[in-house]
Design a protein around this ligand. Structure first.
Ligand SMILES: Cc1cc2nc3c(=O)[nH]c(=O)nc-3n(C[C@H](O)[C@H](O)[C@H](O)COP(=O)(O)OP(=O)(O)OC[C@H]3O[C@@H](n4cnc5c(N)ncnc54)[C@H](O)[C@@H]3O)c2cc1C
Length: 567
């Protein structure tokens, strides 16, 4: 692959990566000799020739490189051409979060001149990050900042072409955003070049949204699983290995279990049917989670937790649902669509809950096209300067009202009860009362939704007066609580009458007899009616439906997982 160095023009001195000029020294730090020597023990020192390719964009990046002599460049593949975006000099290193997680490289890496690098395999890099505090901090900080810069610059290997009025476009945007994957967006309603691009790929109007993956694959209205496959999200995972622990669900509870389990030496695999973050990932601002006095977005919290879990070596399968648990014998088998099985010595179920839906006949027509279940920056952008209706009287509804009132023209909150005092935190009620553009409608419910292609009108009834009124409103946020995601458990575990999983002291003697509990000891705290299968977070019967308690349960469960594994 090397071009050879004879008769070639001299190589100019390396420029720092130009896209990252704002904080180059943080994003591309220079290691000192002693630090380089510590890394060299974990890798292989090798010579490189000018033009040698060390990583190829779109392929799984197996190694990290530290430059010791000469320089290497980062090359972006765009529109069939290669654009160098910066060079690394001796002491600097390659890699970012996708490399750490074993995903596809976002840029190619090429030697600019004859030189030398230390090549560190991904597993060895994970070991180094976990065991060397100083180097671990330098690497993790750089990787996180690099990912942030890549997203800020819209510098991905993916272009999404769609319309903000289309539910699939919003689904795909949320999937990519919540997986922290950078993408460029072309809006069919505003961007004249978008249609030209679709024509170039012979895409008809019924096939949008379209995702152009690495400039090659054109995915027409793809499912989340197809996107995950095209971007290689799960490529590094070996589904055939029997794991110490399989965690099902990557909300706050599952991610906490992953961080604690992996950091305590367990071989951990997390299955997530959508994207990391769970319900919390759809929260615009969590203000009551310890340690974040200014609040934190659910997306930010989930992103940090995911990075932490990956740092400790936990593996994640994205857009993979557990569809069945075979619990008759150990190791337990978890069926994952489509049809494959994963074996686990212990299981933590953290599948949380799904949003309860409004009882309106034509609701499905407007889901994602005017009816939303989370209020993040994406939705806030969609309803800027418009009127908004929020249904629900809990904290999530209150947060959404406060958040959306900053950009929307007016916010109506509809609740069936007489007021908010029973269901919402006092601080939120006070803020709502003080907001001039938020109006509370007690004893009120939506009775009809109407529109052509997307939501245009909402009719609600004041149950106190019986009066029904229709309003020109294009955005309804449904925040009326959730039901447990346990349909896939199919008779394996004892559930309560609402479908939540019973665990620990909540299991009665009858529950244990019905499940043929085989051990002399009673179930541990958080352990279900099957030994070694634990339930944590919102999916557990009687749990406190909060981020902090989900995180607490996820971490506590790990100490009992250790005990169950040693039985
Ligand atoms: C809009 C909103 C705002 C909120 N704000 C706050 C707040 O400010 N403070 C607070 O303390 N709490 C808040 N909450 C509540 C908090 O988010 C939840 O209590 C918490 O997320 C529960 O975490 P969990 O991990 O148990 O479940 P979830 O967050 O529900 O996560 C479960 C995960 O499991 C996945 N999953 C489900 N089924 C399967 C399957 N079969 N296979 C694989 N994966 C599966 C789901 O996709 C999901 O990612 C809010 C909730 C919402 C909806």
């Amino acid at each position: 692959m090397s071009e050879g160095s004879q008769n070639l023009p001299p190589v100019p001195p390396p420029l720092p990566p130009k896209v990252l000029a704002s904080r180059v020294e943080d994003v591309f730090p220079i290691l000192n000799e002693e630090q380089i020597a510590r890394i060299a023990v974990h890798g292989r020192t090798r010579a490189v020739g000018r033009g040698d390719l060390l990583a190829i964009a779109g392929q799984q990046a197996a190694s990290f490189f530290v430059v010791t002599k000469g320089s290497i460049e980062l090359v972006r593949e765009a529109n069939g051409s290669q654009e160098p975006i910066g060079a690394l000099a001796p002491g600097q290193f390659t890699g970012e979060l996708s490399t750490l997680a074993g995903r596809h490289a976002l840029v190619s890496i090429r030697a600019r001149e004859p030189g030398e690098v230390i090549e560190v395999r991904r597993d060895d890099m994970l070991g180094l990050v976990q065991t060397d505090n100083i180097l671990g901090d330098i690497f993790m900080r750089a990787f996180i900042l690099r990912r942030g810069e890549i997203i800020k610059q819209g510098f991905g290997d993916v272009i999404l072409v769609g319309s903000n009025y289309c539910s699939s476009t919003i689904r795909i945007k949320e999937f990519l955003t919540r997986n922290g994957h950078p993408y460029a967006y072309m809006d069919l309603d505003r961007d004249s070049g978008a249609q030209e691009l679709l024509d170039q790929f012979h895409v008809g109007p019924r096939e949008v949204p379209v995702l152009i993956c690495r400039g090659q694959a054109v995915l027409r209205n793809p499912s989340n699983a197809q996107i995950a496959e095209c971007l290689g999200f799960n490529e590094a995972v070996d589904p055939g290995r029997v794991r110490d622990l399989v965690i099902i669900g990557a909300g706050p509870a599952g991610l906490a279990a992953a961080v604690y389990g992996a950091s305590e030496g367990l071989d951990v695999l997390v299955l997530e049917s959508e994207a990391p973050g769970g319900q919390a990932g759809s929260s615009s601002k969590i203000e009551n989670y310890l340690g974040f006095p200014m609040g934190v977005t659910g997306q930010d919290l989930a992103g940090r937790a995911l990075t932490q879990a990956v740092k400790f070596g936990a593996e994640l399968m994205i857009a993979k649902s557990a569809t069945r648990l075979s619990c008759e014998k150990r190791p337990y088998q978890i069926e994952v669509d489509p049809g494959s099985r994963i074996a686990a010595r212990a299981v933590v179920i953290a599948t949380g809950a799904r949003y309860r839906k409004l009882k309106i006949d034509n609701l499905a027509r407007f889901e994602g096209a005017g009816v939303y279940y989370g209020a993040t920056a994406i939705e806030a952008q969609l309803c800027r300067d418009d009127d908004v209706v929020i249904v629900g009287g809990g904290n999530s509804a209150g947060q959404a009202a406060m958040f959306l009132s900053q950009t929307a023209k007016h916010v109506d909150i509809l609740v069936r009860s007489a007021g908010l005092s029973e269901s919402m935190s006092r601080y939120l009620i006070r803020r709502i009362e003080d907001s001039p553009n938020i109006q509370l409608h007690p004893r009120t419910e939506i009775v009809a939704l109407d529109g052509n292609g997307r939501l245009e009108r909402v009719t609600w009834r004041d149950n106190a007066s019986g009066e029904t009124t229709t309003h020109e409103v294009q955005h309804v946020f449904s925040m009326t609580g959730a039901v447990p995601s346990t349909g896939w458990i199919q008779g394996c575990l004892a559930l309560d009458e609402d479908g939540f999983i019973k665990a620990g002291a909540d299991l009665s003697a009858d529950d244990l007899a019905a499940a043929h509990w085989p051990l002399a000891r009673p179930p541990y705290l958080l352990e279900t009616s099957r030994p070694g299968v634990f339930a944590v977070g919102d999916v557990r019967c009687g749990s406190v439906k909060r981020v902090a308690s989900a995180v607490g349960e996820g971490s506590i469960a790990i100490s009992f997982v250790h005990r169950a594994l040693h039985e």
